[in-house]
Design a protein around this ligand. Structure first.
Ligand code: SAH
Length: 395
């Protein structure tokens, strides 16, 4: 096995079990590893540190897998990691009220670059590192053995792959192809998911708990669900007796799917308005018209893909939230989210404080949202924490 030696003093994060080694920390490579090969990582004294995937295309040159020298990264290793991850989610899927969950969440589950989402009888997989790509056949075999899905679909068409020098994939990996729309349930609510064409892996199951929690504030209320996608917040609000819901998204497929979802849950479509539009434009228009809502949801896509984009993203979040707050009166609620890992909760609070000041509103935070348990945060990998939100009441 190829051995890679670290520069002196570069082993601290590795010893703290952080799974990333940057290319600048590497000293010598003994042998010629191919991208995706498992290598032995050594410290400057040639002592063993960990096993990891090597990649010369990526800023993260080694993605660490295993810190115990006596445990090789073989089929049994993958089996054990996958089994543990699935077992951790079993109770979420136990009562058939919820049939969509993230089973494997990359570094958080010790499988850097592997994301597996279960959607009823199908699995939607993203392979985002060359190491996982090389182990693909083993991983598929283990998933099939443990879960017996109808089919496994590859949704790896993410930009992350290009950083690893592997090309985009989108297609059937195993078994039968899913129908154009398959049905899942989340907290008893039905959703159509288009696994092949939908966003991300088809659905945003990371908002499961937050949708349910927010819905408890929407009985008899008028709700504006911005960046609605297939309607997670809108549908939960209807389930809890919202008086009327307006959903805004720029994607035609999202709006189409949302309308199907209103129908399959037998919610009253006369109480629903779906608008295909840019959210900022729509918020401006509502403000010009003097329109008000009781509850406004803002769940935008990732504005800050990296730390370097933080300033610009902060301005975008501020403008968006200012516009959202302008549509609320005293007692109104804003549920506002950021899925940018680079924006931490304190920064986000600061941004919302600026937005409130600019909107001329006094606000109170009454709840902090986070990512759900099937998107765990490994404490040795804080970068895995990305979703945060605030429930804010206008005083
Ligand atoms: N709230 C959703 C998830 C939102 S994902 C849920 O609970 O499932 C972000 C959504 O924002 C996507 O559906 C995307 O189509 C939409 N989007 C991105 N930019 C937009 C814009 N400028 N205006 C309106 N929608 C936008």
């Amino acid at each position: 096995m190829v051995e890679i030696k670290l520069k002196k003093g570069k082993d601290k994060a590795v010893n703290q079990r952080h799974p990333w080694v940057f290319s600048g920390a590497l000293d010598k490579i003994k042998g010629k590893p191919e991208n995706g090969d498992v290598i032995r990582l050594l410290d400057a004294n040639n002592d063993f540190l960990a096993y990891g995937y090597y990649n010369d295309q990526s800023r993260v040159a080694v993605r660490l897998l295993e810190w115990d020298e006596n445990i090789g990264v073989d089929q049994a290793w993958y089996e054990q990691k996958i089994k543990t991850a699935i077992a951790g989610r079993a109770h979420l899927l136990a009562d058939n009220d919820t049939t969509a969950a993230r089973l494997i969440f990359s570094e958080a589950d010790f499988l850097p670059g592997l994301i597996v989402d279960q959607y009823a009888d199908f699995l939607s997989v993203q392979i985002l590192s060359s190491g996982i790509e090389k182990a693909k056949d083993i991983i598929i075999a283990v998933l099939v053995e443990l879960l017996q899905p109808k089919g496994i679909f590859d949704r790896s068409d993410a930009t992350a792959r290009t950083h690893e020098g592997i090309t985009a994939e989108n297609g059937l990996l195993w078994g039968e192809a899913p129908a154009e729309f398959i049905e899942v349930k989340e907290n008893g609510i039905k959703y159509h998911i288009n696994i092949a064409e939908g966003q991300k892996s088809g659905f945003y199951c990371d908002q499961r708990d937050n949708r349910k929690l927010l819905a408890s504030y929407t009985k008899g209320k008028s709700v504006l669900d911005c960046f609605s996608y297939s309607g997670g917040f809108s549908l939960n609000a209807f389930a809890q007796g919202a008086a009327e819901v307006t959903s805004v998204d720029s994607s035609a497929l999202a709006i189409e799917t949302l309308k199907q979802n209103i129908a399959i849950n037998k919610f009253d479509e006369n109480k629903h308005i779906a608008i295909q539009s840019d959210v900022n434009k729509q918020l401006r228009q509502f403000n010009d018209e003097g329109k008000k809502f009781d509850v406004v949801v803002l769940d935008p896509p990732k504005y800050a893909p990296s730390r370097s984009a933080l300033d610009r993203a902060a301005r975008a979040y501020k403008d968006l939230n200012r516009r959202g707050l302008l549509l609320l009166e005293s007692g109104g609620l804003l549920a506002t989210f950021s899925c940018s890992g680079a924006v931490d909760i304190d920064t986000f609070k600061q941004i919302i404080a600026w937005a409130a000041l600019d909107a001329g509103k006094e606000v109170q935070v009454i709840y902090q949202f986070c990512q759900p348990e099937d998107h765990p945060v490994r404490l040795s990998f804080p970068e895995g924490e990305y979703l945060k939100g605030l429930l804010v009441r206008v005083v």
